[in-house]
Structures are given as C-alpha cells and as structure tokens.
Write a protein that binds this ligand. Structure first.
Ligand SMILES: [Zn+2]
Length: 146
C-alpha cells in the first residue's frame, strides 16, 4: 500500500481528528515513503501554540509521566492512546498520533515533507520562519543542540 492509498484509507479518521482539534492532520515520517510497510504510521496534528498549551499544559513529554502530573497533561496521554487505538481497530493501521504545538514542529520538523490527510475546510497552522520560542520544550531542545 502506497502513502497515497494509506492517506485515502485514513481520510475518515483524519476528518474526525479535525472535528476534535480544529486543525489539519498529516501523514509524516517514514510512512510517506513506505506506506503500510513502515513500522509505525506517524500522524501529526499541528495546533497553534496557545491552543496546545491551553489544552494540554506544559508538562507533556517534558518529563516522565507520573500520577502527580496536572490533569491536562495526563489528558494528552489518554487522548493520544484513545485516538490511535480507534485507528488501529477501525482501519487496521498501527498509528502513532502526535498532536504538537507549531513551535515544536518548527524546531523539530521544519522543511520535512507531510501529506495532508483530511478533507475538511480548515486552514493550515503556519509554522515559524525563524526559531525563537521560549516555551520549556523548545528551550530544552535548543539547549541540547548547543
Ligand atoms: Zn516552543
């Protein structure tokens, strides 16, 4: 199955992601070249920074998850697991879903190819031309690159 076939088969699910998050969903990573041969099918939803932090707080992925994380950060893990499990069940695709703020996508994935999956009429979330984010996540990545 090519990436295009895979994208077509995930369209319904991607449309649901847009309904939930309000922004487009993309096929990213090795599945773009390998289609279903890829080990994981990476799907990304990019949110404007403020929407991301408002929804999931600033803890997610920053440290190892513990029960004393704030509820909005625990919600992130629950959401991703639930939504990916649904794709696995309904579409028989082993999806790794990542919802990320535009700032983090800019610093990590700028210029990398992505294929839009949904057919919903919502605009793309713009990435940044330059990188100058002060959120803890981006600062950690920038620090590690020094
Ligand atoms: Zn950031």
């Amino acid at each position: 199955m090519t990436a295009e076939d895979l994208a077509r088969s995930l369209e319904g699910w991607a449309n649901q992601l847009v309904t939930r998050f309000g922004h487009p969903a993309y096929l990213v990573g090795s599945a773009l070249e390998k289609g279903l041969e890829a080990r994981d099918v990476d799907v990304a939803v990019i949110l404007p920074d403020e929407e991301f932090w408002g929804r999931y707080g600033s803890h997610w992925g920053h440290e190892r998850m513990t029960p004393d994380w704030p509820p909005e950060s625990l919600l992130y893990a629950a959401d991703m697991g639930k939504l990916a499990a649904y794709a696995a069940k309904e579409y028989k695709v082993n999806v790794d879903l990542k919802v990320e703020p535009a700032c983090l996508v800019t610093i990590r994935h700028h210029g990398k190819p992505r294929l839009r999956l949904d057919k919903v009429d919502v605009p793309e979330v713009p990435l940044y031309a330059r990188f100058e984010c002060s959120c803890p996540w981006c600062q950690e990545i920038l620090e590690a690159r020094k």
